[in-house]
Design a protein around this ligand. Structure first.
Ligand code: F6P
Length: 320
């Protein structure tokens, strides 16, 4: 293999740059040139391709976002769009493609692989919603950031004797809410994976007030509902002063944590190795702190996983 391509796709995530850097460095060390594709599959269709040199990846290991930019391409979802993308890959003599993104981006990589383009997927999403890997690149940073915000929000909620409802991202996966809720000591954690009863939460809050506990933090994952509606419901039912805070893009930007930088570096290097070994149609990930690779079809077909043990632990930690 003489030349490979790399792109980032879907929502950006802290650590994407560390992954790009690892891909470029490890490929070049092995005599393979790397073509960077700007703005994901859309950029590929439009031929936004350039050769990446050392200087472009210098000092980006700790930089948030993605230097290659990203997009969610509607055109790539069409047969015509995918055929155009393949034409561009062929025109630039790109023999293998590394796709850094989440499940939507993986579906694109799978389609290209089915059309004969060797692809490897790297899990870049804050959502942690890819079942085959214990962690996705960016999740640790998102959780660390949200945990810091919980502290700040609690300070002001306590000063006003209010209840704070914090809505976080995650798409249909509750991991950001769950992990940051545990780390930040949230009193209630609402995730799409576990049914909850709003009236029980209201009763708990009223009971808390009676015993002198005036402030609570409720984490709600976007897949479980809207923070604003929840706050309105609680206020209408109990009269408690409740504020909804939507953290939004604050949790997706910023410097990647050490864990994300290392994970991205390990997975970037493994992705290049796989292409060099002549393997493709695979995704790389981490299980029990070991780098693994799986067939892309099998990885996409895996049942979503949820750490029920951690969820139950959170219930214990917030009881009494
Ligand atoms: O998939 C990552 C994610 O940040 C989700 O958590 C969120 O639902 C979505 O992207 C937001 O997408 P957009 O960038 O299009 O607003």
């Amino acid at each position: 293999m003489k030349r490979i391509g790399v792109l980032t796709s879907g929502g950006d995530t802290p650590g994407m740059n560390a992954a790009i850097r690892a891909v470029v460095k490890s490929a070049r060390v092995n005599g393979i040139s790397v073509m960077g594709i700007t703005k994901g599959y859309q950029g590929l269709i439009e031929g936004r391709v350039h050769e990446m040199h050392r200087a472009e990846v210098h000092d980006i290991v700790g930089q948030g976002g993605t230097i290659l930019k990203t997009a969610r391409s509607k055109e790539f979802l069409t047969e015509e769009g995918r055929n155009k993308a393949i034409q561009v890959l062929k025109a630039f003599d790109i023999e293998g493609l590394i796709v850094i993104g989440g499940d939507g981006s993986y579906k694109g990589a799978k389609d290209l692989w089915e059309k004969g383009i060797p692809t490897i997927g790297l899990p870049g999403t804050i959502d942690n919603d890819l079942a085959y890997t214990d962690f996705t690149i960016g999740f640790n940073t998102a959780v660390s950031g949200v945990t810091g915000e919980i502290r700040k929000i609690r300070d002001t909620m306590e000063s006003h004797e209010r209840v704070g409802v914090i809505e976080v991202m995650g798409n249909r996966c509750g991991d950001i809410a769950l992990f940051s809720g545990v780390a930040g000591g949230a009193e209630h954690i609402l995730v799409p994976e576990v049914p909850f009863d709003l009236d029980t939460i209201c009763d708990d809050l009223v009971h808390d007030r009676i015993r002198g506990k005036l402030t609570s933090i409720i984490m709600i994952s976007e897949g479980a509902g809207k923070g604003e509606s929840l706050a309105n419901y609680i206020n209408a039912k109990t009269g408690i002063d409740v504020k909804a805070i939507v953290l939004g893009y604050i949790q997706r930007g910023g410097m990647p944590t050490v864990d994300d930088r290392i994970l991205a570096s390990r997975l970037g290097i493994r992705a290049v190795e796989l292409l060099m070994e002549g393997k493709a149609g695979r995704v790389v990930g981490i299980r029990n702190n070991q780098v693994v690779d799986d067939d892309i079809d099998e990885a996409l077909a895996m049942k979503p996983r949820f750490d029920k043990y951690l969820y139950d632990m959170a219930e214990t930690l917030t009881s009494l």
